[in-house]
Design a protein around this ligand. Structure first.
Ligand code: APR
Length: 308
């Protein structure tokens, strides 16, 4: 294949992303990790699965960044995952060092790549990637909104007993407990959620969505979610490589949109071959604006801690 996607961090999220991506047969895949033999072993195992599903994808694992040279997309998912009782922000210092190193090393080898960041705390890590790489804002995007929206969609579908395909939810803001599920815009087959659900049930779903990552961390005890984050990033990569102009919620660099500046924040973006083609702006109510502001404060505080 003529298209290459490199995944830095071959842990749970990285290797699951490789799995979903390989099934789509849209790019050759490189897995890189610091653990000796691990990315090689996972890549070989996945490669050996391809004949069964009839997909011609080259999957390589390495401990050397040289394998990533000439990538179209670099996915950053290296770093520590949460343990019970930890917030995403608790990971900041350790993961910043890892993301900085991975960005510097991959940039030199793939100067034309688009970066999709997953490492937490997500909005700060995407900001760090852009600043360290010196890339223009459209070439760096963070995965969070598709995941948070998918969690809310799953909870609504369960509650109402309808197909997940009929449920459309929009979760914006920073990827933390102050994220902003936009209930006014979320709907079931076009009918606003506020018209089909009792207020207390909707409030419970909003709360569960905000804490969705933590719910899984407390169940797993040894790590954080990976199936849903991995399929979310796969959808983003698919949209970029196919130049779909797909509008999804993602963390993008804001330059005045929503009254916010110089931070990565969850907003609807249009994704295509150039990366973030456009940030879409909703007309927010006073209440929604206040929730955005609160969430943005937390993100800005993390960015300051990066001391860039
Ligand atoms: N370079 C490459 N890989 C690294 C580096 C580094 N400098 N440092 C750590 N890693 C690797 C680890 O060896 C591990 O295999 O990153 C991988 C992380 O995998 P997991 O521990 O399984 O964590 P995962 O659940 O995949 O989450 C990774 O993504 O969603 C976020 O919050 C999550 O920040 C976390 C990250």
């Amino acid at each position: 294949m003529n298209v290459k996607v490199s995944i830095v961090g071959a842990g749970m999220t990285g290797s699951t992303t490789a799995h979903w991506l390989a099934e789509r047969e849209i790019a050759d895949i490189v897995l890189v990790d610091v653990i000796e033999g691990m990315p090689q072993g996972k890549a070989l195992d996945l490669l050996e699965a391809m004949p069964v599903i009839g997909k011609d994808v080259t999957i390589t694992g390495s401990n050397d960044y040289a394998a990533t040279a000439g990538s179209d997309i670099i996915i950053l998912t290296a770093g520590l995952a949460r343990k019970p009782g930890m917030s995403r922000d608790d990971l900041l210092a350790a993961n910043a060092a890892i993301v900085r190193d991975a960005t510097e090393k991959t940039m030199r080898l793939s100067p034309d790549a688009i970066y999709v960041v997953l490492t937490n705390p997500l909005d700060a890590m995407a900001y760090l990637t852009m600043r360290v790489s010196g890339l223009p804002p459209e070439r760096v995007v963070g995965q969070a909104g598709i995941l948070d929206s998918a969690r809310m969609r799953a909870f609504v579908a369960l509650e109402l007993g309808v197909s997940v395909e009929n449920v459309h939810c929009y979760v914006l803001g920073g990827h933390g407990d102050e994220m902003v599920p936009l209930t006014r815009f979320s709907n079931v087959a076009g009918i606003p959620l506020v018209d089909v659900m009792a207020p207390d049930r909707l409030a419970a779903i909003v709360e569960r969505t905000r804490k969705g990552g933590g719910e899984i961390v407390s169940l797993l005890k040894t790590g954080s979610a990976y199936y849903a984050p991995a399929i979310a990033v796969t959808q983003m990569v698919d949209a970029i490589l196919k130049d779909k102009h797909l509008i999804v919620d993602a963390s993008a660099y804001l330059q005045g949109e929503y009254g916010l500046r110089d931070l990565f924040f969850g907003v609807p973006v249009q994704l295509g071959r150039k990366g973030v083609e456009k940030v879409i702006e909703y007309m927010l109510s006073e209440e929604e604006r206040a929730a955005f502001k609160k969430s943005a404060q937390g993100v800005a505080e993390n960015n300051l801690k990066l001391q860039l």
